[in-house]
Unconditional design. Structure first.
Length: 413
């Protein structure tokens, strides 16, 4: 199911504007390379610090354990201490006094180790904070060329292919990546320039002979003395020529609308749909198809000519691929969930779900392929999909229960 309308006026040449992705709710939680390098550097520092602290603690404990017993023995006397649990002024047997002194020394040793451990942990924590901050700063400095490459790529993508990164600095991997990207941009610029030149030349070379043929045929058909057979042949050739003109216009429009739009203006989908309905009204009345629906305001940023082409192609397809009697086409527009929506539904033949994707391919129709038809040249839905993608949107088709299709176009507001 596809059709191409009458030859359109040449639309402004669209180009690609890189669409910014939706920002996550917490962008600082995004696992960027900088964050991962920071965590890796800080984690390695923590592991090394913990190992070093453990070794120092073990060595200190071992050093304090060597010769932990007193190198002397008290034979007689009294000992007083404000730290150890030794009775003050009490005369104890020598064995008990020596045991109390050994316990006092062990207690002081354990206290010293606890103080060493706690202060070392506090120092490690402070150094870890400094290490993470230092790692984050160093990762940002090391990755700054990547940020420059990304920013340049976003500016370059379709808007100005003449931009280059031209990264200075040491001949490292990032410099190699930048030079490779610049070489790719050179090839892309040459390819796009060649494509633009081809489209311009094809536009002239293909339209001119078809226009001459149409003029000659119309002149011959205007001769009232021409034989009936010649007039019939002329009408057939004129219809064939008109079909070729539609094909050429459709192919050129498809080539031009395959990129995103740079120059965008506010466009109301309700107004676009109304314009398309006005242009297709005569054909609908001729086929006895009722056009209905509710068109609410839904303003998007885009190209009005190309958006009108989407609506016109969908409405004309819905009219041409309809039932013979009692058919209808419903055209609705609305804004919902941050998107502008255009829905075109119609009665018509039953469309199997597995054939939906084929309808958007060039020159493909329902159960036919490159065959002659008075319903168009098979580029209508391909153009609609291309224009929708150029605006950062999408178009989907769903079979209607009982026959027909529901075409849904969603565009970002």
């Amino acid at each position: 199911m596809a059709a191409t309308p009458a030859p359109p006026s040449a639309p402004p040449k669209p180009t690609w504007k890189p669409g910014a992705k939706d920002e996550p709710p917490f962008p600082w939680l995004r696992p960027t390379i900088r964050i991962r390098l920071t965590l890796l550097y800080g984690g390695m520092f923590l592991i090394a610090g913990i190992l070093l602290l453990s070794i120092i603690y073990l060595l200190a404990a071992q050093a304090l354990n060597v010769g932990s017993e007193l190198p002397f023995k008290i034979v007689e006397g009294t000992v007083s201490s404000s730290v150890c649990n030794i009775p003050d002024g009490t005369k104890l047997p020598a064995s008990e006094l020596n045991s109390a002194l050994n316990d006092c020394v062990a207690q002081q040793r354990n206290h010293a180790l606890d103080v060493l451990l706690s202060r070392s942990l506090m120092a490690l924590l402070g150094l870890a904070v400094i290490a993470f901050a230092f790692g984050y700063a160093m990762a940002g400095r090391v990755l700054s060329p990547l940020g420059r490459i990304t920013r340049t790529a976003r500016r370059v993508a379709g808007t100005d292919l003449s931009r280059r990164i031209e990264l200075d600095g040491p001949d490292d991997e990032l410099k190699e990546l930048s030079d490779t990207f610049d070489e790719m941009l050179d090839r892309l610029e040459r390819a796009f320039t060649a494509q633009q030149r081809f489209v311009g030349n094809a536009s002239h070379e293909l339209r001119t002979p078809l226009a001459i043929n149409r003029t000659l045929l119309e002149v011959h058909l205007s001769d009232p003395g021409a034989p009936v057979e010649l007039q019939q042949l002329g009408k057939t050739l004129l219809a064939t020529n008109e079909r070729s003109e539609q094909l050429v216009e459709g192919l050129l429009l498809l080539a031009r609308s395959d990129n995103q739009i740079v120059e965008r203006k506010p466009v109301d989908l309700a107004e676009v749909a109304s314009q398309a309905i006005d242009q297709a009204r005569a054909e609908a009345d001729e086929k006895g198809v009722e056009i209905r629906g509710e068109r609410k305001e839904a303003v998007v940023q885009g190209n009005g000519v190309l958006l009108e082409r989407i609506a016109l192609n969908l409405v004309q397809n819905a009219i041409r691929y309809n039932v013979r009697e009692g058919g209808w086409v419903q055209v609705d527009t609305e804004a919902q969930h941050g998107q502008a929506v255009l829905v075109v539904a119609n009665t018509g033949p039953v469309v199997p779900a597995y054939e939906i994707d084929n309808l958007f391919e060039p020159f493909r129709r329902l159960r036919t392929e490159r065959t002659g038809s008075d319903k168009g040249v098979g580029l209508g839905l391909s153009i609609a999909r291309s224009v929708a993608r150029a605006h950062g949107g999408r178009i989907t088709a769903t079979p209607r229960e009982g026959g027909g299709l529901v075409m849904r176009v969603t565009l970002p507001i």
